[in-house]
Design a binder for this molecule. Sequence first.
Ligand code: HEC
Length: 237
Amino acid sequence: MKESTKNFLRFGAGLLIGALLMALVPLAILATGAIDMSAACPPTFMERGMAPWALDCSMGRHAPRATNPDDNDPNAASAGLEHYRANCVMCHGAPDVNPAELAEGLNPPAPKLETDDAQSLTDGQMFWVVKNGIRMTGMPAFGKTHEDREIWQIVTFLRHLPKLTDDEKHTLELALAEDHHHEESHGAEAAHHQEGVKGEPSSHYAAAQGEEHRHEPGAEAPYGNREDERGPATPAP
Ligand code: HEC
């Protein structure tokens, strides 16, 4: 065999072994369990730098260029508020409205959406993120449960977030107080509910609940668990 052919084969073999090592070394590191996958551990460089960059690139490529078709619909923002109340405020909060407890454990955290940073997304990018979610984060894909029209309504509301009225803030706070109630209604710690969530919403909620339960057997204990709320079991006729 000619010397030059030998050299070429050596070079090829080196390239192959190099490529194999490049693939195997990261796998070997992962296999040792050295990478901490817990959400409690602080984000690494990959997560702080690479992941947001990759997300920007992905949005740049996939997000629709369309502008919001609901822009002139006066009801879009209030419809969007309803969706936001039911699906978003627990993680993202709103101006003067803290998110629910669960949001504190999110890694990466859910950003505030009224900030310049979030508002710098185009309508199409917001639409795309809400519809498709962001994998390996807490951000769900709402396209599975919401029609495109509803997602555009949410986008309309996201644009309105920085100018939220006191009434709208109150509606969102109430939603969180309600959630808090449902979360813990399985436990019997009724007393805990009386302390309520930050600020006053729980007292409003208590008033609303009292109204609802007035004619029921458990009326004096609106914060009881689900069993109590159903009242005493009545035998079938
Ligand atoms: C379970 C928590 C959770 C819920 C519920 C949730 N999100 Fe998110 N969202 C996140 C997290 C976490 C991120 C950040 C992901 C990341 O860092 O890449 C995010 C990111 C976003 C972003 C991108 C912000 C940016 O600046 O890039 C938008 C827009 C958004 N969410 C909108 C919504 C809307 C609207 C809803 C409700 C329809 C919603 N989210 C519900 C957790 C949530």
